[in-house]
Design a binder for this molecule. Structure first.
Ligand code: GSH
Length: 300
């Protein structure tokens, strides 16, 4: 239902009444036409956008509109979704995802979509192990030869941090960015630590060493030992950021958890599972995220 905006309505009524009264005052007699004109002008005043953009009168969001440009931008922006919005009223996704299910970063995006309740998207399983991200076709999508890539309603996005933030804002459903500024910083720290210091050593030095060594040019003992040490340091720091919270950035699931869970899935397939899960806070967090529906439905 459109909301009645009292100040806009009061101004509109004033204009609608003032015009025929003024015409009657000046002309000395009542004109039906001036009453109609007053009513029309009142309606236009009620919705500034009728004049500027021909938008329907019931779609006005604010009064007074601060400028034409502001109104234009407001029309382009997706409506913010409150953290408590679990209505399930998910917009049609019109979404394509490039990247195969073996990719941890692709799974981060798939988990986010699952959390949003979005299942109606197309996936092109560009295979990292087969070198497909470096094909000319994929390099045209991602110049650095990586997955995931998404296209949403004609808008292409690369890089998982940008993709997840974008999809979180663009799609309705639960909000995966915390409400509190400090929790947002915790989430961003976790994401940045994984991107900058965690993914390479953990995936290359620990996971690939055991699960797909040929992909990293064979078993490199130095990289393996460095990967274990660095991986433990990274997870130790992430668990300090988590502190006593149930999730990495606070009381609720956030994009930070969706970043780490796919990586730990692979660690848990190696002989190093127990020593990594023995780090303070890890096993508690791991039990919580691995029980999520979005985790289960995106396995493989
Ligand atoms: N910075 C990228 C990293 C993505 C990434 O490293 N993806 C891996 C798969 S998990 C990949 O595409 N690797 C292909 C390659 O390096 O050849 C992002 O945030 O999306």
């Amino acid at each position: 239902m459109p909301k009645l905006r009292p100040r806009a309505a009061a101004l509109a009524v004033l204009v609608a009444v003032a015009m025929p009264v003024a015409a009657w005052w000046i002309g000395g007699q009542w004109h039906g036409a001036s009453a109609v004109a007053g009513l029309a002008l009142g309606l236009c005043v009620y919705n500034w956008r009728v004049i500027l953009h021909w938008a329907p009168w019931w779609s006005i969001d604010e009064w007074p509109p601060s400028s034409a440009a502001h109104v234009y931008i407001a029309r382009q922006k997706p409506r913010p979704v409150s953290r408590s919005d679990h209505s399930g009223d998910v917009r049609m996704a019109d979404l394509k995802l490039w990247g195969f299910n073996g990719s941890t970063y692709v799974r981060t995006v798939r988990m986010l979509l699952a959390e949003k309740g979005v299942t109606d998207y197309e996936q092109d399983p560009v295979n990292v192990l087969a070198g497909e991200p470096h094909s000319p076709e994929h390099l045209a999508r991602h110049p650095f030869g990586k997955v995931p890539v998404i296209e949403h309603a004609g808008f292409r996005v690369i890089e998982t941090a940008a993709i997840t933030r974008y999809l979180n804002s663009a799609l309705q459903g639960r909000d995966l960015v915390p409400a509190e500024p400090r929790d947002v910083a915790r989430m961003d720290m976790v994401i940045s630590i994984i991107d900058s210091y965690g993914y390479g050593p953990i995936l290359g030095g620990v996971v690939a060493y055991h699960l797909f060594p040929e992909f990293v040019g064979g078993k490199d003992e130095t990289a393996h030992h460095e990967g274990i040490a660095k991986g433990k340091q990274v997870l130790g720091e992430i668990m300090k950021i988590k502190g006593d919270s149930p999730f990495l950035a606070g009381d609720e699931l956030s994009i930070a958890d969706l970043y780490l869970a796919p990586l730990i899935t692979y660690v848990a397939m190696t002989p190093h599972k127990d020593e990594f899960l023995a780090l303070p806070g890890m096993s508690d967090w791991w039990s919580r995220v691995s029980a999520l529906d979005s985790f289960k439905t995106t396995a493989a």
